[in-house]
Write a protein that binds this ligand. Structure first.
Ligand code: NI
Length: 214
């Protein structure tokens, strides 16, 4: 049997009642995804985007990349409208991120400074770890209508963009994480650390380094 095309795979995924969530250990999360160049007809692409958005909401998560549903395509959706206390919002640069679609995204460092905070991933359920990321990035991508995006993004949205774009390159956040910060989600120790504005205390207590802060 010839291998299924991306378009056939997308159709098969959309035929099911729910999209699968692929977990760490699956090679699809470790291979660079294929650039989008019209492999999916517009209507199919739009249906896929809507289902990815619903899957991200249901999980719940703030981003979902196509390899996470088993589709090796450079496509991701992001959205973060969570209500976060003002103090934490300030400390983490956690501006709301309206829903957006990233097609063929790439990013470059745009600020020269890195910031560290906890991240999790729907493909690595039950854990969080601290990752140092570029504070600002220059994002180049296409949106869902094929329009070119070239913009600078900072704070928490920049973290989400980096995490999701990394998925399309076969990189998981754990590859970049301070492994000594790894925490099981839901434990009192994890909740206490997650609710702090910065991972400074966690770094002291668990014994890992943070990027130098200005
Ligand atoms: Ni992820």
């Amino acid at each position: 049997m010839p291998p299924m095309s991306l378009s056939e795979r997308a159709e098969a995924l959309l035929d099911a009642a729910t999209l699968p969530l692929v977990l760490a250990g699956d090679p699809v999360l470790r291979r660079p995804a294929e650039p989008y160049d019209g492999q999916l007809p517009d209507a199919l692409l739009n249906r896929l985007i809507e289902r990815m958005r619903a899957t991200m909401h249901a999980a719940p998560g703030v981003g979902l990349a196509a390899p996470q549903i088993g589709l090796p395509l450079r496509l991701a959706v992001i959205e973060d409208e969570w209500d976060v206390p003002a103090e934490l919002r300030r400390a983490r640069g956690r501006a709301p991120q309206p829903f957006r679609v990233l097609i063929n995204p790439s990013y470059d460092d745009a600020g020269g400074r890195r910031v560290a905070f906890y991240e999790g991933c729907l493909s690595v359920p039950g854990y969080q770890a601290v990752v140092a990321r570029h504070e600002r990035v220059r994002l180049r991508a296409l949106d869902e209508r094929g329009r070119a995006v070239d913009e600078e993004i900072g704070g928490w949205p920049a973290r989400i963009v980096q995490h999701e774009t990394d998925h399309l390159d076969g990189t998981l956040y754990l590859d970049r994480a301070e492994l000594r910060s790894l925490a099981s989600v839901g434990t009192p120790a994890q909740k206490e650390r997650w609710n702090q504005p910065t991972p400074r205390l966690a770094a002291q207590e668990l014994g890992f380094d943070l990027p130098p802060s200005d």
